[in-house]
Design a protein around this ligand. Structure first.
Ligand SMILES: Cc1ncc(COP(=O)(O)O)c(C=O)c1O
Length: 415
């Protein structure tokens, strides 16, 4: 055990602990709770994916691989990206296998951010973003996403936050925790801002196949990628993962798409961190990307149906306002009219109704007043959880209880 007197790195001490871990600790203590907190598919990887890993293991394909990944995996990523997103990347030098998007994001930031550089993060945001920026010595600068805009990223707001120190902006669409999807037209406007100011776009697209709503002009089956905007390939790093698309969270497999000059740097750094990505996960990844995609379509349909449970369950609720979820598998709900702050709301909901949701501030200050619920789990539990959530909100809101005196306009579904 390390004695308390032993010095620890100030840089490490400065990294904020993920707020979401506290929530998970809290939920674990309530064994019969309906948890609407999970950020992963309830499905597991399809059999052909598992079999590809088993075959590779049996054949002894278990050695270190090239730090950028086995050629088959990089070719599979290139073909998939061209087929599904219309992106063209050279598997030789513009694609790198990574152990999931979390490390991919770190590598991307480490390759382009110098100490003191600012990185713009639309907020609320996926819990790792600010800490990962700090880990590479950068300064996270949050830009508030606006409920009246459906929490979608907005080019003008990003531009207003740019300073001479701005190095990059993180774009996450479909978004966690908001479920917002940025339209192709807005992506083009954001691209224009990046080009005019010479900043990198770091595009976290891990939820790209899960889009459910017409999002303006996008219309396609997957969320628009900023890398597809003409002139953006050379200033974009796409951070991708097979975690959500193929229900492979524990396999730890993803990839980066970036200019060769970036991949040269991320490859060097990755070499120091892990030598190479788990070979079996790469073979499984080849099977996932090149094999039948019907299980992805089935997951999308499953989420679409569960999203409907949330929309119907909260429809016309006088006290909860739902940001209309367009993608991923999250719903972000404004609880301010209850008169409770989001942390107290979540605590009491767990204690009194045995339903767990994540308070919005776990995703940055701008999430305060909201709670995130995940609809990736069991449909019956979701239906019951949403009903209890609503009943709880309406109970604490009841003016007879004197809980609050805010006047409200019943706008149930925003944007
Ligand atoms: C927006 C976003 N990016 C990245 C990740 C991490 O994905 P991975 O499992 O590939 O590390 C998550 C996981 O929840 C996420 O929600």
């Amino acid at each position: 055990m390390i004695s308390p007197a032993m010095p620890l790195s100030p840089a490490a001490l400065d990294i904020p602990r993920s707020g979401i871990r506290d929530v998970f600790d809290r939920v674990e203590r309530v064994s019969d709770a309906i948890s609407l907190t999970v950020g992963e598919p309830s499905a597991t990887a399809a059999l052909h994916i598992v079999e590809a890993a088993c075959t590779a293991a049996r054949d002894g394909r278990t050695r270190y691989t090239n730090v950028l990944g086995i050629p088959e995996y990089r070719r599979a990523v290139a073909d998939y990206s061209a087929r599904v997103k219309g992106l063209s990347y050279d598997p030789e030098c513009e694609i790198q296998a990574v152990d999931g998007a979390t490390i991919g994001l770190y590598l991307a930031l480490a390759a382009v951010v110098s100490p003191g550089d600012e990185v713009i993060i639309p907020s609320p945001f996926f819990t790792s973003y600010d800490a990962e920026v700090m880990l590479v010595g950068g300064r996270p600068v949050t830009v508030a996403l606006r409920p009246e805009n459906g929490m979608r990223v907005n080019a003008a707001d990003i531009e207003a936050a740019i300073t001479p120190r701005t190095r990059a902006v993180i774009i996450n669409s479909p978004g966690n925790p908001t479920g917002a999807v940025t339209s192709a037209a807005e992506m083009a406007r954001i691209a224009d801002v990046c080009k005019r100011h010479g900043i990198w776009a770091i595009a976290d697209e891990v939820y790209h196949p899960f889009v459910f709503d017409g999002n303006g002009d996008a219309g396609g089956a997957v969320a628009p990628s900023i890398a597809a905007v003409p002139g953006m390939k050379e200033r974009t790093i796409v951070v991708e993962s097979l975690s959500k698309t193929y229900a492979m969270t524990g396999w730890r497999i993803g990839y980066l798409l970036a200019p060769a000059s970036v991949i040269e740097q991320t490859g060097k750094i990755a070499e120091l961190m892990h030598s190479s990505v788990n070979s079996l996960s790469q073979y499984a990844g080849v099977a996932a990307l090149t094999g039948p995609q019907d299980h992805v379509a089935a997951m999308r349909e499953d989420y679409r149906a569960k999203r409907r449970i949330v929309l119907d369950g909260l429809a016309d609720c006088p006290v909860l306002r739902l940001i209309r979820p367009q993608g991923a598998f999250y719903a972000f709900v404004d609880v301010r009219l209850t008169g409770l702050d989001s942390d107290e709301f979540s605590r009491r909901l767990l204690e009194e109704e045995r339903v767990a949701v994540v308070p919005g501030e776990a995703f940055g200050e701008e999430g305060r007043g909201f709670v995130r619920l995940s609809y990736a789990g069991d449909a019956d539990e979701l239906r019951e959880g949403v009903a209890r959530l609503r009943a709880f909100a309406e109970r604490v809101w009841n003016p007879v209880t004197g809980r609050h005196s805010v006047s409200y306009h019943p706008v149930t579904v925003m944007a």
